[in-house]
Design a protein. Structure first.
Length: 142
């Protein structure tokens, strides 16, 4: 398991999402998705809701995110264990294979998920940088 606690998980992803929100190159591309996506990792248990619809879509707020329970109704919910989530943000997961083998489960608008996932590819290079910045080099996948 890559995460020692839910708190550590949220610390890492909070820093990661804040970094993405400040990125003027990637931010607009990601914000263009216009969905509300919920990621659930039942093994921690943890939940992150990312709102690409209602953000201001400008620097420092290309999207909003909420850790834990949220009243926002997601267009799509993507469920995977925390190790798969970690690999996902490194770009180490074949999404179609993971979905067909049920390592990743998708509920709701499948089209929204398929529109979202390709837009996230450019952020995969940033995740290891955030881990390094936080002092978690041992969590970086090669």
């Amino acid at each position: 398991m890559y995460y020692d606690s839910v708190e550590q998980f949220y610390q890492i992803y909070g820093t990661f999402f804040d970094t993405l929100n400040k990125n003027n190159e990637l931010g607009p591309t990601i914000a263009d998705v216009n969905v509300i996506a919920r990621f659930e990792c039942p093994d921690l248990p943890s939940q992150i809701t990312i709102d690409f619809k209602n953000a201001r879509k400008q620097q420092n707020e290309y999207f909003k995110y909420i850790f834990g329970e949220s009243e926002l109704e997601p267009d799509v919910t993507i469920i995977m264990n925390s190790d798969m989530f970690h690999k996902f943000w490194h770009g180490k997961v074949n999404i179609m294979t993971a979905v067909t083998t049920r390592k990743i489960k998708v509920k709701g608008n499948l089209r929204a998920a398929m529109n979202l996932l390709p837009k996230l590819k450019p952020v995969y290079q940033i995740f290891p940088e955030v881990l390094r910045e936080l002092g978690y080099e041992e969590k970086i996948l090669q």
